[in-house]
Design a protein around this ligand. Structure first.
Ligand SMILES: NC(=O)c1ccc[n+]([C@@H]2O[C@H](COP(=O)([O-])OP(=O)(O)OC[C@H]3O[C@@H](n4cnc5c(N)ncnc54)[C@H](OP(=O)(O)O)[C@@H]3O)[C@@H](O)[C@H]2O)c1
Length: 252
């Protein structure tokens, strides 16, 4: 039995990846605040397990409780492999840093940094009992490597995830563990996150017209196309390079 745990499986890239894993007969565990009825219907039609754990990932207390439940659900002597895709994230607040509220900073850091660090840590820890191999994909963004006016928190949180992932991968290598931990950069996709970006004012986000142009010129990739590349990479995990930064640009 193989499982994939996907944060933010209700919409966008996470939904596409969940759908594709179900088609590959991999059991899917989705973590998000809202449920996705389509995924439940697909799971029933295909006879492959899909379980939704409702959770606000910005609450570490709620996430810890969810991880406890998932540990019991997923790990047993019949589990061959567990994938974790840390996909849920927010681009908000989009604004100059001097206008960020305490609450907005706290929510952003909790969702984009603390949650993926905690799920990764818990999964590596919980996998030890049955010596289950684990593959973790942390979803990043090109925003990690360039300064974007109005995206200081988003760029910083993705940069943090990149360094975290590479460091965990180094530890896995040094400890000679069977796990793989990678970064996946999906680039711009036609999802709700892009709608949010297009709604910013120029005062908040200097490049808003460029992003409106991406949509008008049909330059945003469909999340199903991006999801297919990620799922294919993960299913061929014997060829995955631990600690590597994988970019959609190199595939489609
Ligand atoms: N879209 C792009 O152009 C783009 C570009 C580069 C990188 N990325 C990265 O790709 C990943 C997926 O992005 P996307 O565009 O698919 O995003 P999206 O369409 O906005 O979907 C975000 C997902 O995360 C979940 N989520 C958000 N806040 C949450 C919370 N507090 N607790 C639990 N779940 C939460 C949402 O579910 P609920 O609302 O149901 O909770 C939803 O399923 C992100 O890591 C993003 O940074 C996206």
């Amino acid at each position: 039995m193989k499982y994939v745990i996907i944060t933010g499986a209700s919409k966008g890239l996470g939904e596409s990846v969940a759908r594709l894993f179900l088609q590959e007969k991999v059991r899917v565990i989705g973590i998000s605040r809202t449920k996705n009825v389509d995924l439940e219907n697909i799971s029933q039609a295909l006879g492959v397990e899909y379980t939704h754990y409702p959770c606000d990932l910005a609450s570490l207390e709620a996430l810890e409780d969810t991880c406890d439940k998932i540990k019991t659900h997923v790990f047993n002597k019949n589990t061959e492999k567990v994938y974790l895709i840390n996909n849920a994230a927010t681009v908000n607040p989009i604004d100059v840093s001097k206008r960020h509220s305490r609450e907005a900073i706290e929510r952003h850091v909790s969702l984009n940094i603390t949650a993926p660090m905690f799920t990764t840590s818990r999964l590596l820890h919980d996998a030890e009992k049955f010596s289950t191999p684990v593959v973790v994909a942390n979803i990043s963004s090109g925003a990690a490597d360039r300064s974007t006016y109005g995206w200081s928190l988003y760029g910083a949180s993705k940069a943090a995830i990149n360094r975290y992932t590479k460091t965990v991968a180094l530890e896995v290598d040094e400890l000679k563990e069977p796990h793989k931990v990678i970064i996946f950069d999906p680039s711009i996709m036609d999802t709700a996150m892009q709608q949010t970006i297009r709604q910013a004012s120029e005062d908040q986000f200097k490049e808003v017209d460029t992003f409106i142009g991406f949509k008008d010129k049909d330059a945003l990739r469909h999340p199903a196309l991006v999801g297919r590349v990620l799922v294919d990479l993960l299913l061929a995990d014997d060829r995955l390079v631990n600690g590597q930064y994988y970019r959609i640009h190199d595939y489609v």
